[in-house]
Design a protein around this ligand. Structure first.
Ligand code: PBG
Length: 326
């Protein structure tokens, strides 16, 4: 059918008509809200490049969790800022580590919220890399055991799901086996399956204090130029037992989300990362565009590309808009 027989504008005449043929809708159920937990009491330390986001001590965290839960956001993703860092990231898998304590605190107060934990050593190591250093690079195989111990310690503290973000080869299988061996065969793994070595993580590294002290993460995170490699990475994680596969970042990688959604029959998550958040906030502050509208358009686009779940610092704001609670 061609013009003048077919006129696409007929169905765009008003909001009622547009809403009838809308192909994608956002829902608060799609969101996962990241949180940064730190030691101390009454600590709320705003992240400069991420307006509205702060590091919180566990006591203040509970109020935040209640608010998130009341907004209908089903899940949070926890990152920890340890008191002390060392070569092997010991606090990452310590029983009294910051995350382990935060999980217990959350589960004692708001048991129904889904607690997902980031499993990666970079916040906990003195050198800021995601694993153990040998000969100037991150050693893959000796890092696996520490990641598995970290995941188990989170689950023992009450985590509902673990999310390995380190990009070591074989870590999903190692974590799966370790959890199963300890009786946790029902805990899902959301793997950061296609995670790129992206400069969009800049503000996060301030938030989590996890900048590498030498070099960069290009020997383990993916080259932004590659798309076929994402398929290979995701295939491995699926084979190794991942339950949800994640693409990260989101906005600059919508093509990857779309390919992964088409090629794999598993729920797909996308991480709308710190730099993507910071860009919208900064341009809004400068009056360059309507930040709220751009935020909703970004989230909708991530969903349209194929994401079933969106990890986003916008979750609370977007939930308020979707629920008409502003
Ligand atoms: C840990 C991790 C990072 C992010 C999530 N988990 C940082 C990194 O890989 O350097 C980035 C999240 C964001 O930018 O919002 N490895």
């Amino acid at each position: 059918m061609l013009f003048p027989d077919y006129r696409p504008r007929r169905l765009r005449k008003n909001e009622r008509l547009r809403s009838m043929i809308r192909e994608t809708t956002l829902s608060v159920d799609d969101f996962i809200y990241p949180l940064f937990v730190t030691h101390g009491k009454g600590v709320k330390k705003p992240i400069q490049a991420m307006p509205g986001i702060s590091q919180l001590s566990t006591d203040l965290l509970i109020g935040e969790i209640k608010e998130i839960n009341n907004l209908g956001i089903p899940a949070v993703l926890l990152f920890g800022i340890p008191e002390k860092k060392d070569e092997r990231g010991s606090e990452a898998y310590a029983k009294e580590g910051i995350i382990q304590r935060a999980i217990r605190e959350i589960k004692n107060n708001v048991p129904e919220i889904i607690v997902i934990t980031d499993v990666c050593l970079c916040e906990y190591t003195s050198h800021g890399h995601c694993g153990i250093i040998k000969d100037g690079d991150v050693d893959n195989d000796s890092t696996l055991e520490l990641l598995a111990r970290m995941a188990l310690s989170h689950v023992e503290a009450g985590a509902d799901m673990v999310a390995p973000s380190d990009m070591m080869d074989g870590r999903v299988a190692e974590i799966r086996e370790y959890l199963d061996g300890n009786g946790y065969e029902n805990i899902p793994i959301m793997s950061y399956a296609a995670k790129y070595a992206s400069s969009f993580y800049g503000p996060f590294r301030e938030a989590a204090g996890s900048s590498p002290q030498f070099g960069d993460r290009k020997s383990y995170q993916m080259d932004p130029a590659n798309s076929n490699e994402a398929i290979r990475e995701v295939s491995l994680d699926v084979e190794e037992g991942a339950d949800i596969i994640m693409v990260k970042p989101a906005i600059a990688y919508l093509d990857i989300i779309s390919r992964i959604k088409e090629e794999f029959d598993l729920p797909v998550a996308a991480y709308n990362v710190s730099g993507e958040y910071a860009m919208v906030k900064a341009a809004d502050k400068l009056g360059f565009f309507d930040g709220e509208k751009v935020m909703m358009e970004c989230l909708l686009s991530i969903k349209r590309a194929g994401a079933d779940l969106i990890v986003t610092y916008f979750a609370k704001e977007a939930a308020r808009i979707l629920g008409g609670k502003r």
